[in-house]
Design a protein around this ligand. Sequence first.
Ligand code: ADP
Length: 434
Amino acid sequence: MHVQESPYQIFFKLFIVFVIGFLLGYWLDYIWPILFFISLVFIGWHYKQLHSLANWLWHSKTISPPESLGLWGRIFDGLNKKIRKLRKRQKKLTEQIRQYRDGAEALPDGAVILSSDLVIIWANSKALNLIGIRYPSDVGQRIDNLIRYPAFVDYLLKGDYQEPCTIPSTIDSNIQLEMRLMPYGSEQFLLLARDISQIYRMETMRRDFVANVSHELKTPLTVVRGYIEMFEMSSDELNSMWKKAFTTMEGQITRMDNLVEQLLQLSHVESTQQNSALQTIMMPMLLASLIDDAQWLNKNKQHHITSHIDETLAILGNESEIKSACTNLIANAIHYTPKAGKIAITWQKIAGNAVFSVADNGVGIKAEHLHRLTERFYRVDTSRSRDTGGSGLGLAIVKHVLQRHNATLDISSEWGKGSTFTITFKQPPIILSE
Ligand code: ADP
């Protein structure tokens, strides 16, 4: 390390050298040649320092600049200090990056960093085992060039990454992957691929089990119902206790029948993701027949049912599924509204979307239940739901049907005042000519 000299000291040293040169020149009677010689030595020395600096910058492999004296020594020391500082910072950054990468490697999921235009920047080693993405050889490729499942490509194009998408692995189709894209860093994305084969298998088993049991229950129920009806036909020979018993039995069999029917419906709508049988649904006609049916359901409660139907509005979908969703909402409004209530059914185009809604002035639902209503078997008041013959499956069916139709269900309700269930179809509506 060189001693730091002030500009004054440097100038003073220079001055002394020239004064000595001048005196020597005066004494030898060679003033100008000696001063010229001293200047030449100075220029030569500076040139040598510049040369060794340039040499070090371009050719040297050492990180320390060359040694020197005076001002040059200070310049080289300064450079040395700066380089060491930068090296230290670089080392720290490298260490941090290594820690992040180690963290990403330790993840049980495949992780891929993508640029804003979905080009691969980095991937961990699990990404290779799960989705076949190699780092660094796949860097620079678009992710949808390597994973071409339509469900995944649609997911990328949709731009809504709130929910993950499920696809089979590109390496082993027995592995089911949950792909989740999330914003990361500045204008980048992190793609996580999680192996959910186990959960998927359990879900499939659960669905199959429910579907099979429900299916198997149908025959015994039909047989039991047949016998009960037989006994009821000969009810004249039965005493009042048995008559009551058979009526109760029939009621319970009807309940079980409905439950089995709903379980089968739910298994059906859960088992396929995409809706294959899309057709134009003439909603005005469908709703007219549903409202007619509702009048029959309504005969005990005597609600005032009004409807406001846009006769020109149709949608694409699976008619029996949409019918089931709308029927569930109308039936709930009838069941959960005390006698002589008001029910309004509407089918309208609102903000460019086809919207179906059922509003009632019935018992309403407390806010804390609203987010759980579409869970299977969830019932707000089990005793009341049992009275209405409810199973807690109706809204779960509605939810699954709507998922398959790119539609949403909004529920607004006030405890004791009534509820409004609104279905918004997020597809361009079809306008029928009148
Ligand atoms: P359930 O077969 O019990 O009617 P749903 O899934 O159709 O099952 O509904 C779940 C719960 O939501 C019901 O048990 C009921 O408590 C509540 N609910 C549904 N619709 C209404 C409504 N229109 N008014 C008040 N509560 C409702």
